[in-house]
Design a protein around this ligand. Sequence first.
Ligand SMILES: Nc1ncnc2c1ncn2[C@@H]1O[C@H](COP(=O)(O)OP(=O)(O)O)[C@@H](O)[C@H]1O
Ligand SMILES: [Mg+2]
Length: 203
Amino acid sequence: MIELKTEMMIGKGLHRECYIHPYNADRCIKVVVLRGEEETRREQAYYQFLQKRQIGWEMLPKFYGVEETSMGAGAIFDLVRDADGEVGKTFEVYFGSSVLTEQNLQGLIKSLQALKVYLFRHNIITMSIKPKNIIYQRQDEQNGVAVIIDNIGNSDVIPISSYYRYFGKIKMTRKWNKFIALLKKDYPENSLLQSQLMHLLSK
Ligand SMILES: Nc1ncnc2c1ncn2[C@@H]1O[C@H](COP(=O)(O)OP(=O)(O)O)[C@@H](O)[C@H]1O
Ligand SMILES: [Mg+2]
C-alpha cells in the first residue's frame, strides 16, 4: 500500500486530491475526497477507450491504473512538469496573473491552438473545458504544451460522438467555443488575453 503524505499534495479540485507519487517523481496519484466516484469511473472508461485507439499522449497524461493508498484507491497518471522540473501550473494560474500572461503570451496562445487541433484530430471528447483543468507545461519564454488533466470523457447515454467524428466535431466545437467564452467572462481584466481570444475561436 502507498502511504500518501500531506506535504506531497500538489493540487486539489472539487472531487480529488493530487499527490506526487512517493516512488516516482514523474507520476501523480489522484484520490477521491468528495463524491467523485462517477467522474472517476467515466474518466477511466474513457481512458480505456482511448488506449485501444492508440492515440499519442502529448497533451493528455497517460493513465497507469489504480493502486491502493492510505487514502483509498489512487489513480496513477503522468505528472506534468515544466522543462525546469517544476510541477506545471494551470491556465487558471497563468491567466489569473497579467504578469505571467505577458511573460508567456505566445506560448500560452500557441499551445491552446495546438490543443484544439489535437482534440479534434483524435476526436477526443471532453465534458466542459476549464482553465483550471489544463496545465501549461512551460518549456521556455515562447514555448509550452497545453495538457488537459481532468474532465475528459462522454456522459451521453448513447455516446455517438465518441464513435463518429462528424458528431464528435459538432460536440467539441460547442465545448471549445464555450471554453473561449469562459475565458472572456472570467478574465475581463487580463487585456492581453482578451486581445488574443479571436485566435482561439472555432470556425
Ligand atoms: N497530471 C497532473 N500533473 C500535474 N498536476 C496535476 C495533474 N493532475 C492534477 N493536477 C493538479 O491537481 C489539481 C486537481 O486535479 P483534478 O484532476 O483537476 O481534480 P478534480 O477532479 O477534483 O478537479 C489540478 O487542478 C492540478 O493543479
Ligand atoms: Mg479538476
